[in-house]
Design a binder for this molecule. Sequence first.
Ligand code: GTQ
Length: 348
Amino acid sequence: MKDDVELGRLEDLPKDYVEDLTHVNLVPLWPSLRGVLPPTRPRPLTQATAWNYKDIRPLLMKAGEVTPIEKAERRVLVLANPGHGLQKMQASSAIYLGMQLLLPGELAPPHRHTPNAVRMVVEGEGAYTTVQGEKCLMARGDLILTPTGLWHEHGHDGDKPVVWLDVLDLPLVYYTETSYHINGDEQKVAPGHGEQQYRAAGVVPTPMFARADKAYPMLRFPWVDVKASLISLANDPSNVEAVQVTYTNPLTGQDVENILGFYALMLRPGQKLRLPARSPACVFHVIEGAMKLEFEDKTFPLTEADTCCVPGYGEVFLSNQSAKEPTFIFMTDESPLHRKLGVYENWG
Ligand code: GTQ
């Protein structure tokens, strides 16, 4: 049977027959079959969309004026993809993005929840996130994990606003009807930092002597270390094309969280990089530098702290806008989820 065969429409059916079906919670498949199983390729709702920090920042600072932290718990503006409808608060089918503001002296109170989250620090100094008793300082470009079920709260000892990008798998967890949170008491901070214990890749504390058997041994990935790894990789004589690293669990070598994947990418000065068409949607956030992102017929100029989301199944072209300086990018995608579900594809 060919795909261009026109299937029967709902309007073609006798009205009383459709009513009889509805009455007992039944639905004919054929009028909707092409919608749920489209020919040859998926039809993502996710649209290639960019959010520029210059637009977000003043509106986020305004939120700081009009909404006290006690009335927000999390003072966040959500980066919503119009393809899904803004009210859905989705960047893609599985990815949620939000810009969170914490003002000096404020506390975003302790809670834990089923969605996994990470924070990419965008601006400001002096804030921290305490995750399951580990106090993680927040400096620009740092990645901090708050995986599923772990207690976390955000505080701020500095004197200027702090902003970070929240990345959660909330849309997926919500879709599976497993999303909920529990509020708790302020955590007691325990000594010790994962990023100190697991500082160098390939050299990790001997498990027998490790202090705790933690599922998430490393919660903070300082940007200074990630940047140094990228520069080291770029300078290696093997001259890899894509200077990209994956944030992994140092004990398992697997992605740091279960559902979304996190990466850092360096574009060499003047480099244009083609990323293959793969099934997962992907988010790009510029840490340092400037680049142009091209997806299908759209072009987005992106500079520091700008964020862009693209759907799966299309090539992405990234061009460093500087011939002299590298550009550094934080990326998130749905690869771990797609691999676990068995739907991951790379179309080249
Ligand atoms: O900081 O814990 O953007 O629970 C959305 C939900 C941030 C957080 C968000 C959250 C948080």
